[in-house]
Design a protein around this ligand. Sequence first.
Ligand code: SAM
Length: 229
Amino acid sequence: MKNREVFAGERASTYDTGIKLWCPDYDFTQALIPSLLGSYLSYTNESSILVAGCGTGTEMKNIVQYAPKWQVMGVDPSLEMVALAEKKLAILPPGSYQLITGTTDQLPNSTLYDAATLLLVLQFLSDDGAKLALLQSLALRLKKDAPLIIFDIFDLAGSFRQQVSLLKAYLLQQGVAPTTVEQGTSHIIHDINYITEDRLQELLYEGGFGKALKFKQTFIFGGWITQKQ
Ligand SMILES: C[S@@+](CC[C@H](N)C(=O)[O-])C[C@H]1O[C@@H](n2cnc3c(N)ncnc32)[C@H](O)[C@@H]1O
């Protein structure tokens, strides 16, 4: 069972620049997160947001800058990604965020959050119980009706390879070297545990969430919002 993905060394230090290239609308998606949360939570009230797999802290920074009354808890098993997040978040008011190195299931479940995000994380876990366990661990830590935003690599109705071809053409047009494009897309095809949207909906249902609403898709990247049941 693959229940985490290691982000260390160069993979961690080059993450912020690399992801913007490989995930064409990464910045746009990140910019959407606060307003998506804001359609469920009030900006003027205090709310707690669990950011699972926070990586270098981009969504945490965007959320707090948009809604200073909200508090974010970032959790990530990579020491190096958490260290990069610490640096990025140092500009935020003290007390507006907390960072923990670890996985979501290691957080106490006595505190229930008002919302959660899971951006580019589920895709790494195997669908042999690990994806479900992560979703269940989130459900256990959310209040009823709390929104969960998911952004993930997925298979749009069996068109995965075709979508990867479209991504490849985009990367080449951006000037990425053909060998780099081949290596990167081969990694995506062979190492990512992508699933269909139907399977995601099944896992969400089993994990304690409602039917997810898809808010975007570009090539292999999809975004959904669901709620804890
Ligand atoms: C592709 S990065 C995404 C980071 C950030 N959410 C973003 O959108 O930029 C994936 C992150 O998930 C973390 N991760 C891997 N397995 C995890 C797990 N089981 N639970 C939580 N985070 C995990 C990795 O350490 C890594 O920092």
